[in-house]
Design a protein around this ligand. Sequence first.
Ligand SMILES: [Zn+2]
Length: 240
Amino acid sequence: MNIILSKLIDLQKMDTEILNLKKDSLKIPLDINNDLTVFHAKEKQLLDTKNLISELQKLKRDQEREIETKDTEITKLNSQLSQISTNKEYSTLIFEIENKKKEKVKIEETELEVMYKIETQEKNIKNEEKIFSEEKNKMDKEKKIKEEALNKINNVIEEKIQQRTVLMKDIPKEILFKYEQILRSKEGIAVAKINFTREVCLGCHMSLPPQLINEVKPNKKLLNCDKCGRFLYWEDETHG
Ligand SMILES: [Zn+2]
């Protein structure tokens, strides 16, 4: 095989590896970010429940104050009973006291409902907090693993880029320039093999003139696809 062609094939393999590694490395921060978004949504849910509990507690305190006020009013009215002289005044006062008592019972009933709600929410939040802290631990661990994986990938990319530089030295500048130009404009593939069954360029998947295929087959010359411009080489079935 033409030595430059063989170097170009190696360079392409390396560039494909680098491209795939870069794709993988881009996925990791997105993945970490995604986990964090899910986590923040759960955190917000927990905070909402906490806020709900403190609102209910405030409501309960207000109701307790209202009950105290009713009690004071009832005591005051009761004390007025002894100073009453007429029956009419007496029944009016009794009616008023009874009304206050009814109002107090109503507040007490709603206070009970509020207390029940607080109890339920507190139970919920205990569970939620437990699950939340377990998930946080899990997420932190996974984040660490993902960050380590990212570091590893970045190191491999660095190594490959260095190996690439070595490989580049053996390729004439103008060929390298053309290679890199195609690489940039053709989705990272500058060297394509010919498919032996369909006889198409595997870069653009267009059929090639039989004359060109015959010229490419011995892999002795640097030839380019007449459709996409990629460097072409022939690979026998046995080599994959
Ligand atoms: Zn092509």
